[in-house]
Structures are given as C-alpha cells and as structure tokens.
Design a protein around this ligand. Sequence first.
Ligand SMILES: NC(=O)c1ccc[n+]([C@@H]2O[C@H](COP(=O)([O-])OP(=O)(O)OC[C@H]3O[C@@H](n4cnc5c(N)ncnc54)[C@H](OP(=O)(O)O)[C@@H]3O)[C@@H](O)[C@H]2O)c1
Length: 320
Amino acid sequence: MPKPLVCSQALLDLDLGGKTYVVTGGNSGIGLVTVQQLAKQGARVILACRRPDEGARARDAILATSPRGSVEVIALDLAELASVRSFAQQYLAKNDALHGLVNNAGVMNTGHVKTKDGFDMQLGTNHLGHYLLTELLLPALRNAAPSRIVNVSSCYHDLAQGREGRIDFDDLHFERRPYDGWAAYAQSKLANVLHAKALATRLDGTGVVAVSVHPGWVRTNLVKSFMPVWLQDFVFRPFLSLAGMIEPWEGTQTTLHALLAPEVAHESGSFYSQLGMYRDKAANKGGWPMRSPNPNANDDVVASRLDAVSREFVGLATTA
Ligand SMILES: NC(=O)c1ccc[n+]([C@@H]2O[C@H](COP(=O)([O-])OP(=O)(O)OC[C@H]3O[C@@H](n4cnc5c(N)ncnc54)[C@H](OP(=O)(O)O)[C@@H]3O)[C@@H](O)[C@H]2O)c1
C-alpha cells in the first residue's frame, strides 16, 4: 500500500501571523483539522459552519491547545443562498482582506432532497453554495493578494457508477432522470474541480490562485448520510484502514499543501490528489499537482459553461 503524501515540516512551521482564512465545514473532519493547523501556525481563522454550537465547541477545543492563533465562528448554511449572503455580509462588515478561502464543507450520497432554493442537495451544498460564497468574498481575496481559494473535491469526480463523472447540463438537479446519489455526488465534485479551473482563468493576473484537491479516503463523518459513523469508526475500522482509509490528519495534508506551498502560486487551476481510487489505476498514487484522469475535468469549455450556469442559479448577473 503506498504511503499518503505529506507536507514538509517547513510548510507546517510557516508563521501565518497576520493572515486570515475562512474554512467551511470547519467543525468536523478535514475542515476541523485544517482550522486546527492554521491556528497552530498563528493564523486568524473563521470557522464557517451550519451548527454554530458545534463550531463554538470546536473553537474552544482548538484554542485550548493552540493559544497563538485566533478562531471565530460565523454561521453558514451552504444549502440556503440567503445564509451564504448573510455570512459574506458579516465577514465583509469587519474585514477587507482574506488570504485563503477553503471551500471544504460537503455532503455525500444524500437522498433525493433539495436545498432551500430548490437545487439538488449535493450540487447545491457542495458547489452552488460555495460558488456564491466565493464570488461574494472575491473583493477581500483580491485585496489580500497573493491569496488562494482551495476547493475540496474528491477522486469521485472521476467516476459515477463505473462511468466517468459528468455535468448533465440538461438535468443538473435530477428532475428528469432517475435519482442516483453517487452520480449526484460525482457531478458536484466534478463541479468543484471545474469551478477552480474557471476561477483560475477569470482571475489570471490578479494574484488570487484557485485550485482543487482530493483529500484521500478519510475517516470522517462524511458517511453519516448512509451509514452510522460508529460502524465505520469502530466495527469496520481495522478493515477499512487495511483497504486504504486514512486518518483526518493525513486527509488534511493536500488541503494544507494547496493553501500554503509556495509553488502552488504558479499552478492556478491545478488539481492536487492524495492517494485515490481512480478508473485509471496509474492515478491512484495521487500527485501534487496531478492531471485528473477524467477528460471532463480538463475541459475549459465545460468549465466556462458551468461557471455561467452557476452564476445564473445563484442570482448573480454579470462576471465580477
Ligand atoms: N472523507 C473522505 O473520505 C472524503 C473523500 C473525498 C472528498 N472528501 C471531501 O472532503 C470535504 C470534507 O468532508 P469530511 O470528509 O471532512 O466530512 P465531515 O466530517 O462530514 O465534514 C463535512 C463538513 O461539511 C459541513 N456541511 C455539510 N452540509 C453543510 C451545509 N449545508 N452548510 C455548511 N456546512 C455543511 C458539515 O457540517 P455538520 O457537521 O453540521 O454536518 C461538516 O462540518 C467534503 O467536501 C468531502 O466531499 C472527503
């Protein structure tokens, strides 16, 4: 079994004093460890989460062990555009700069449910909510340039039920085709990759870099929509670990690399992968960066079409 990719100690020792980051879904799993590490390195981190009580609990635990950085909690429900707008308003009222936005929050294989705005839950939460959030925070990211946007995607953008993941522009929200929770997840995670690609094109020359990552198969709460987490964490854990499931610290390495490594400044639009499970087995060892084996993820025309469609869905008129 290949070893997970890890950040250099120098990167994890960088002094992030004076820098501000927003991490969505920062109360759990990969997001929680990302917030923890950034705070440990002295950053100010805004923990954006839909359950502020959980966010406060996470904040208190982090600050008890990392007194250098600061962590603040602001409520954000990505499945409701009004909540995204309210988050951005609260952030921009007090801050004019943002050094890094980690679009990390996500749901996987939910049932056929809709967001408050009527979008497919997975596309709406994983992509469209983050799309609006990114657009609204762009002025602060531009002000802080050089700055970064990291979209946490998945190797699952490559495959949907054995076939390549694709964006179905004729039925983005599964209104005409039979619902398939995995195809919907793959579509939303492909959207994360294409979103970063489109941003990289639009933001070329601004100093704002946008990339996407696959964090690995990580032991987190992500399975909760279709399996009790205790089954994963206790009963199946030894078998899942043998099969390649990694721990949250290892699963956070690719995000930290994408957010902090100096060379990423010259690689906007790229995809970074921890160990993965791709249709092309040669890709399974990952790479920082790596060309996605899914041709749809490397298609500028699809990226720009999704950009335009997303803009309309979230109610933005013209390109920022
Ligand atoms: N774990 C893996 O194997 C794996 C593999 C590939 C990609 N990923 C990606 O990694 C990212 C992080 O997931 P994770 O594995 O760390 O899972 P996790 O522990 O379940 O964390 C997901 C986070 O997203 C939040 N979230 C869900 N819906 C939200 C909404 N409507 N508004 C705001 N926040 C919301 C969750 O909040 P609550 O705590 O309130 O539910 C939680 O904080 C996801 O984008 C996922 O697709 C994970």
